[in-house]
Design a protein around this ligand. Structure first.
Ligand code: PLP
Length: 464
C-alpha cells in the first residue's frame, strides 16, 4: 500500500466516546491487564475545590485529592491566571549550567525558607520520581566528592513507594511490584522491615517492635559496612504502602544511626509535604528529624502543573562543589520550568494567605476522630492515619487480623459503592485510602465518613 500524507479523519467526539478512546489507545499507570478495575473508565472533565465531575455530569467529592496532590483544591482562577501570565511572559527557559529564570530563582529561595535547618539548596525536577532518582545519585556523588567512592548503597524499607523511574522504583518496594519482568536494580539496595505497628509480631509491644527495627538497621550496617552504605530513604509516613505511621521514636533513632555512620538521610516528603499533615514538611515538625535531603512534588503545585524538587543541605552542596569532578551531570529539560515554578509560588502564597496548614491540622484532627468511629464495623481491622492522610484496613477476622482472599476485592467494591453515592476513595490492596484537598470542611468530612460507613456496611452484607 502506498503511504499517504492525508490526515486520518477525525470524527467529532461526544463525551461518552472518551472512555472508549481511552480503552482503545491508552495504557494507564498501574494498569491491570486482566481487565481494568472497572468496565468503563471514569472520565473526569471538571473540578472545583474538593469536587470533580465526570462526562455524564455526575459530581463526586474527591477524597483522594487526585493522587494525594490537589492540596489547595481545583479550579482556582488565581492559579490559572498565574500560569497563563507566566506562559505569555516566558513559557520556557534553558535551566542548564548557568542559565535560569526569575520564577525558578524565587521558588528556590522560597523553598529554602520553608525547609528545615540548612536545607538551602534546591534542584528542580519534573516530579517526585525524578526528585528521588536525583537524590539517590546525589548520595554517591557526595560521598565520592569526599573521598569515599565506595559509599553508594541505599537502605530503604519494605512497602515503600518512591516513584516509577527505574531507580526510584528499584529503591521502593511495594507488594505486587513486578520485580522479575522489569528487572529492577537490586545490587546495592537493601530493604529493611516495614515499621507497621498494626502488623507487628503479636508478642512485641510497640516499643519493643521499635527496638527490633532499629536493631535490624544496626545489624545491616554491621554486615554490609558503613563504608558502603551511603544513604537511607524514608517517607516519614509511608503513603501508598498503607499510611504507615511508624512507632514512636523510630524515625529519630534511624536518623541518629545515620548521623553516627555518615549515612545521608533522605526524607521522601512527596506526600507528607505541603500541608498534608499540617506542616510544610513533616520530618522535623512532626518527627524531630533534620534530614539531609527532602524530595517533594505533588502539593508543591497542588497538581496544577508537574513539578518536583530535591531540597538539600548547604553541607552537601559545599562538599559536591569542592569534589574532583567539577560537573554535576544530572537534570532535565523541564527542570525549573518557569510556568511550573510560577504555579509553585502562587500555590505557596495561597496556602499561606488562607491559613491552609493550620486548617489542615484542625480539620484533619476532626477527620481522624470521626473515622475512628468506624473501628466497630466487623470488616474494619484498623483505622489509621494522621490529619489529611488516612485509611481504613479491611480484615476477615479482627482478632487474628487475617485478610480476606484477594478475590474478595473488597476494597475496590467499597470504593465502587462510595462512587455510586458520590464519593471517591482509593482502594489499595485491602485498604481504602483518603487524602483530600486541605480545603475540605468538617461538613464534607462528615459526608465522607458517613458515605464510607454505608459503603462498608453494604459490601459486608454482600460478603456473607
Ligand atoms: N514518592 C512518594 C512518597 C510518592 O507517593 C510518589 C507518588 O505517589 C512518588 C515519590 C513519585 O512521584 P511522581 O509520581 O510525581 O513521580
Amino acid at each position: 500500500m502506498t503511504p499517504t500524507a492525508a490526515p486520518k479523519p477525525r470524527p467529532e467526539r461526544r463525551n461518552e466516546d472518551f472512555a472508549a478512546l481511552d480503552q482503545a489507545h491508552a495504557l494507564h499507570p498501574w494498569q491491570h491487564f486482566q481487565g481494568m478495575a472497572r468496565e468503563v473508565p471514569l472520565v473526569i472533565t471538571e473540578g472545583q475545590g474538593c469536587m470533580v465531575t465526570d462526562t455524564t455530569g455526575r459530581s463526586y467529592l474527591d477524597a483522594v485529592g487526585g493522587v494525594w496532590c490537589t492540596n489547595i483544591g481545583l479550579g482556582r482562577r488565581e492559579m490559572a491566571e498565574a500560569i497563563g501570565a507566566q506562559a505569555l511572559k516566558l513559557a520556557y527557559a534553558n535551566p542548564f549550567v548557568d542559565v535560569t529564570n526569575d520564577p525558578a530563582a524565587l521558588l528556590a529561595a522560597r523553598l529554602a525558607e520553608l525547609a528545615p535547618g540548612d536545607l538551602n539548596r534546591v534542584h528542580f525536577t519534573t516530579g517526585g520520581s525524578t526528585a528521588v532518582d536525583t537524590a539517590v545519585r546525589m548520595v554517591s556523588y557526595y560521598h565520592h566528592a569526599r573521598g569515599n567512592p565506595g559509599k553508594t548503597d541505599i537502605v530503604s524499607r519494605e512497602n515503600s513507594y518512591h516513584g516509577s523511574t527505574y531507580l526510584s522504583q528499584s529503591v521502593g518496594k511495594r507488594n505486587g511490584d513486578r520485580i522479575e519482568e522489569f528487572r529492577y536494580k537490586t545490587e546495592g539496595i537493601h530493604h529493611l522491615s516495614c515499621p507497621n505497628p498494626y502488623r507487628r509480631p503479636a508478642h512485641l509491644t510497640e516499643a519493643q517492635f521499635c527496638d527490633e527495627l532499629v536493631a535490624e538497621f544496626e545489624a545491616l550496617i554491621a554486615r554490609v559496612g558503613a563504608d558502603r552504605i551511603g544513604g537511607f530513604i524514608a517517607e516519614p509516613i509511608q503513603a501508598s504502602g498503607g499510611i504507615i505511621i511508624p512507632p514512636e521514636g523510630y524515625l529519630k533513632r534511624m536518623w541518629q544511626l545515620c548521623q553516627r555512620h555518615d549515612i545521608l538521610f533522605i526524607a521522601d516528603e512527596v506526600v507528607t509535604g505541603f500541608g498534608r499533615i499540617g506542616h510544610w514538611f513533616a520530618s522535623l515538625a512532626e518527627f524531630g528529624v533534620q534530614p539531609d535531603m527532602i524530595t517533594c512534588a505533588k502539593g508543591l503545585t497542588s497538581g496544577y502543573i508537574p513539578l518536583g524538587a530535591l531540597i538539600f543541605s548547604d553541607r552537601i552542596y559545599q562538599a559536591m562543589s569542592q569534589g574532583p569532578s567539577g560537573w554535576f551531570t544530572s537534570g532535565y529539560t523541564y527542570s525549573g520550568h518557569p510556568v511550573a515554578c510560577a504555579a509553585g509560588l502562587k500555590n505557596i502564597e495561597i496556602m499561606e494567605r488562607e491559613g491552609l496548614l493550620p486548617h489542615a491540622a484542625k480539620v484533619g484532627s476532626y477527620f481522624e476522630t470521626r473515622l475512628q468511629a468506624l473501628s466497630h464495623l466487623p470488616l474494619v481491622g484498623d483505622v489509621r492515619g494522621r490529619k489529611l492522610m488516612l485509611c481504613v484496613e479491611n480484615v476477615a477476622d479482627k482478632a487474628t487480623k487475617a485478610l480476606l482472599p484477594d478475590e474478595a476485592n473488597e476494597s475496590k467494591r467499597i470504593s465502587n459503592a462510595c462512587e455510586e453515592m458520590g464519593l471517591l476513595v482509593r482502594p489499595i490492596g485491602h485498604l481504602n485510602v483518603m487524602s483530600p484537598p486541605l480545603t475540605i470542611t468538617e461538613g464534607q468530612v462528615d459526608f465522607v465518613v458517613e458515605t464510607l460507613e454505608r459503603a462498608i456496611a453494604r459490601v459486608t452484607d454482600d460478603l456473607v
